[in-house]
Design a binder for this molecule. Structure first.
Ligand code: NAD
Ligand code: DAU
Length: 339
């Protein structure tokens, strides 16, 4: 079978490509990625020469190119990771989020419809549900929780989810949606909490914690997310939404202190900075449906996952050092300079 993976030069998409090529030795993977600031071809260097892998630099909004690719390859499945994914950037400039996350998903759905692709999977996020209060630990998001997005990023992802489900109901396109909690692991762009704190700590730079540091996220090791999407593609029912979560809630400040401890860096590097606008308080995912129906469970506990992740950033300094020394510097100054 041939599977299209859009956004495969980014963090989760690349990990998914490694997973798929290893787990499905008979399959071909075609990666379609625009290589935005978040996409990095060097991440895929270990598979670029694999005869079962093909990379295409293209924008998912480019309908002519999609038409050509779908006509030529007739994919058996499309998994859409391509997105603008960083909440802070969506607060600075929402427009590109609407373009890629909404219009790009629409272009992929139309191509799947035209070429009768047997499966479309939309990779979505728990952020579409909005947030939970800090003082009601018993509450968790289920697949039937109302959509209540807070940021332009999450609103664009919620729109894409609704479009995907509408194509399933209206046109009979066999589509599934998964909504996952915060991922961490190798190859994550250092603008996100965990890799940013690791990279800053390794450079003895301040560790900027937003607001009180008491906001809570539910962390999942990236390989567990990739396995979950795999089982949804194999056994998931079209028209269904599946929550994916790590069942591991942590306050941001606890994560940052943990990284300091693992790296032997002083907590005096921690600097409280002004809060993110509209900052979601707590995310907590109930992934019972995926566990019951498709027999999926997270396999990597946080202790092991965070150690593996830190070890990866220590062993792969050239990968992230090249990023933080380039145009990312301008971004960092703009986002953190006056905070
Ligand atoms: P990322 O920002 O690391 O990667 C995004 C990739 O998409 C990049 O390679 C980029 O070049 C590509 N891309 C962007 N615009 C494109 C376009 N118009 N055409 C083609 N390619 C384009 O993101 P990530 O963290 O790997 O997230 C992947 C997906 O998973 C996203 O849809 C995100 O919403 C979702 N998600 C992420 C998390 C998380 O914790 N990171 C959790 C749940 C869901
Ligand atoms: O929940 C899934 C989502 O997780 C994905 O859909 C998004 O693509 C992904 O970026 C992530 O969103 P968050 O906003 O939760 O992740 P981020 O790493 O940006 O921030 C995690 C928490 O850490 C959040 O409460 C904000 C805080 N934070 C973040 C940064 C970058 C800080 O305190 N300081 C920082 O410098």
């Amino acid at each position: 079978m041939t599977i299209f993976v859009t956004g495969g030069a980014g963090f989760i998409g690349a990990n998914f490509i490694f997973h798929w090529l290893a787990a499905h030795p008979g399959d071909r993977v075609v990666c379609i990625d625009k290589l935005t600031y978040a996409g990095n071809l060097s991440t895929l260097s270990s598979v670029l020469k694999n005869p079962r892998f093909h990379f295409v630099k293209a924008d998912i909004c480019d309908r002519d190119t999609l038409d050509r690719l779908f006509a030529g390859e007739c994919p058996d499945a499309v998994v859409n990771f391509a997105a603008e994914s960083h909440v802070d950037r969506s607060i600075e400039d929402p427009e590109v989020f609407l373009r890629t996350n909404v219009m790009g998903t629409a272009a992929l759905l139309d191509a799947c419809r035209k070429y009768e692709t047997p499966r479309f999977h939309q990779v979505s996020t728990d952020e579409v549900y909005g947030d939970l209060p800090l003082d009601r630990p018993e509450l968790r998001f289920t697949e039937t929780t109302n959509l209540h997005a807070s940021s332009p990023y999450s609103a664009s992802k919620a729109s894409a989810d609704l479009l995907t489900l509408s194509y399933c109901r209206t046109f009979g396109l066999p589509a599934t949606v998964s909504r996952c909690s915060n991922n961490y692991g190798p190859w994550q762009f250092p603008e996100k909490l965990i890799p940013l704190m690791i990279a800053n700590a390794l450079q003895d730079k301040p560790l900027p914690v937003y607001g009180t540091g008491k906001n809570i996220r539910d962390w999942l090791y990236v390989e567990d997310h990739c396995r979950a999407i795999d089982v949804i593609l194999q056994k998931g029912r079209p028209g269904e939404v599946y929550n994916i979560g790590g069942n591991h809630e942590m306050e941001n400040i606890a994560i940052v202190k943990r990284i300091c401890r693992e790296l032997g860096k002083p907590e005096s590097l921690i600097t409280y900075v002004s809060d993110r606008k509209g900052h979601d308080l707590r995310y907590a995912i109930d992934s019972g449906k995926l566990q019951r129906e498709l027999d999926w469970m997270p396999e990597t506990n946080f202790e092991e996952g965070i150690r593996r992740t830190i070890r990866w950033y220590l062993d792969n300094r050239p990968w992230w050092e090249e990023i933080v020394s380039g145009e990312y510097q301008g971004y960092y100054e703009k986002m953190y300079g006056n905070r």
